[in-house]
Design a protein around this ligand. Structure first.
Ligand SMILES: [Zn+2]
Length: 338
């Protein structure tokens, strides 16, 4: 199970583009399947620190493309379980230290392939052990979360904790009220959120903060009109979205910005046709995969967020994505009991 970039490149805007761009579904499926067969390449080993995340990105993309069985389920579950430690946490690959972000990916993968019972039977710990690992990373004074025992705090970790615990129905393990208060402390006058109190607004941080509030059922705290207009200003003339003012467009922001707009009910504040055209220009129509912008090398990270962005704006043929969890909507509905 791997994560590598390339070998393909997205087509260059202004080149010989067909008038009607199409999503190259079969090519993307083949691209994701090929990622695990390139173990002889140096890049496979250089990206070992991202492997569990890579499996989550590839698996989610395949589900949204309507090919949920394109990765072998048994090997996927075995790989995830081999990354677990005795303390309940997961590392990115066997033998690597556990961290919140990999633990969240592990839970998301197991829930997507409906394998929490296999964790219970064959994991180093069951689901409750995973929940306790996540819960002990919360600072019980200010509600924030660290990523691992070394203690760096980031709203990404807070969101990850709420995400994984809610999927396992273990939210009661943490102080949700204090977590919500911490997110509130990261809110800015422009309606956005930063990485910590006082930090500037950034689309990635907005996604995790609004997502955390959505899971805690506290979207009433969001200044929806102000945030909606800040997010809608992220769309540039070429249709792509950036993460904050004065920055370049990037396919992954199609996800951070659009999912945030979806959570506050303002998806209509973006020109969807222009965005969908931009995302399609970022794919390699021959070898599959998507890049951050036209002409760059493809990778599985931008592939999943490009496809998820297209799903969110209703691109035909894709399975609906859940805007909070970035997982198939029907999987999340089943897991959290909506
Ligand atoms: Zn990006």
């Amino acid at each position: 199970m791997s994560l590598v970039s390339g070998p393909g490149r997205a087509q260059v805007a202004g080149g010989n583009l067909p008038n009607e761009l199409q999503l190259a579904v079969e090519k993307h499926v083949k691209y994701i399947q090929s990622l695990d067969t390139r173990k002889d390449e140096l890049e496979y080993w250089l990206t070992e620190h991202l492997r569990l995340n890579g499996v989550y990105w590839g698996l989610t993309a395949l589900h949204l493309l309507g090919h949920p069985d394109a990765l072998p389920r048994h090997e996927t579950v075995e790989f995830v379980l081999s990354c677990q430690h005795d303390n309940g946490g997961f590392g990115p690959a066997p033998g690597h230290d556990p961290h919140m972000l990999y633990t969240v990916s592990a839970v998301q993968i197991l829930v997507t392939v409906d394998a929490l019972d296999e964790l219970e039977k064959r994991g180093k710990t069951g689901r409750e052990g995973v929940g306790r690992y996540i819960a002990q990373l919360q600072d019980r004074d200010d509600g924030s979360f660290a990523g691992d025992e070394w203690g760096e705090t980031d709203t990404r970790f807070l969101f990850g904790a709420l995400n994984a615990l809610s999927l396992m129905r273990l939210l009661s393990y943490i102080d949700v009220t204090k977590a919500v208060a911490y997110v509130q402390a990261c809110a800015n006058f422009d309606g956005g959120y930063g990485v910590s109190p006082g930090a500037e607004s950034h689309a990635g941080q907005i996604f995790v903060c609004v997502g955390a509030l959505a899971i805690a059922d506290r979207l009433d705290l969001v200044d929806k009109d102000r945030l909606g207009s800040w997010l809608s200003e992220r769309q540039l003339n070429n249709g792509g979205l950036n993460g904050r003012p004065e920055k370049l467009e990037d396919v992954c922001y199609s996800w951070w910005v659009m999912s945030s707009l979806a959570m506050i009910g303002k998806l209509g504040w973006i020109d969807k046709d222009k965005l969908s055209k931009f995302i399609l220009q970022c794919q390699d129509p021959e070898l599959g995969g998507m890049a951050d912008r036209p002409g760059d090398a493809v990778d599985v990270f931008h592939t999943v967020f490009g496809i998820a962005g297209l799903s969110l704006i209703g691109y035909p043929g894709l399975k609906p994505v859940d805007p909070i969890y970035c997982m198939p909507l029907e999987v999340v509905n089943r897991a959290v009991g909506r």
